[in-house]
Design a protein around this ligand. Structure first.
Ligand code: GDP
Ligand code: MG
Length: 163
């Protein structure tokens, strides 16, 4: 069974941008799931000779805020079930939001390894602002820029240690 790395987090933090970066030369395996979690993509990635499956989660549901939160919650619960390692992505340019806090609550109760990925660290000044995410109570924070790829090597080094 292949190792699975799931990227979770609220909308617009950059999950799909990281997913595309990690899987860009690979073919997506399958785009499945029905119901609320219709936006869930699986792709193959490789780092220093280790191959693994990356899961991009969306879960956008048109309608009320409540439905929206339920969809994200469902994505996180599936990730807790199936993933070897969970990448919990947050956005350094917006800081900690209520939705980040509720996702963190779910993840803290799981036994799965969780790495906090502070995305949109496009320059060194922003790296200093990643410390605020220690308040999520999930341990180490990896500052990256999904756009430029900065910091992703260190994140992947750490990720594959859990395989
Ligand atoms: P998702 O909803 O979490 O999948 O987020 P997306 O990957 O769709 O990205 C949301 C927005 O953030 C898009 O406009 C991206 O171009 C932008 N974005 C993603 N990664 C970065 C980054 O590292 N730096 C900056 N400045 N913008 C980013
Ligand atoms: Mg997305």
């Amino acid at each position: 069974m292949s190792n699975i790395v799931a990227i979770v987090g609220r909308p617009n933090v950059g999950k799909s941008t990281l997913y595309n970066r990690l899987t860009e030369t690979r073919k997506a395996i399958v785009d499945d799931m029905s119901g609320v979690t219709r936006d869930r993509h699986y792709g193959l990635a490789e780092w220093t000779g280790k191959t693994f499956t990356v899961v991009d989660t969306g879960g956008y549901v048109a309608g009320s805020e409540d439905l929206f939160e339920i969809a994200i919650r469902e994505q996180v619960l599936i990730a807790i079930e199936e993933a070897t390692v969970i990448l919990f992505m947050v956005d350094v340019t917006t800081g900690v939001t209520d939705l980040d806090d509720s996702i963190a609550d779910l993840l803290r109760r799981s036994k799965k390894p969780v790495l906090i990925v502070a995305n949109k660290v496009d320059n060194n000044q922003l790296l200093n602002e990643t410390h605020q995410f220690y308040s999520l109570g999930l341990g180490e924070i990896y500052g990256i820029s999904s756009m430029t790829g900065s910091g992703t090597g260190e994140l992947l080094d750490e990720t594959i240690k859990h395989f």
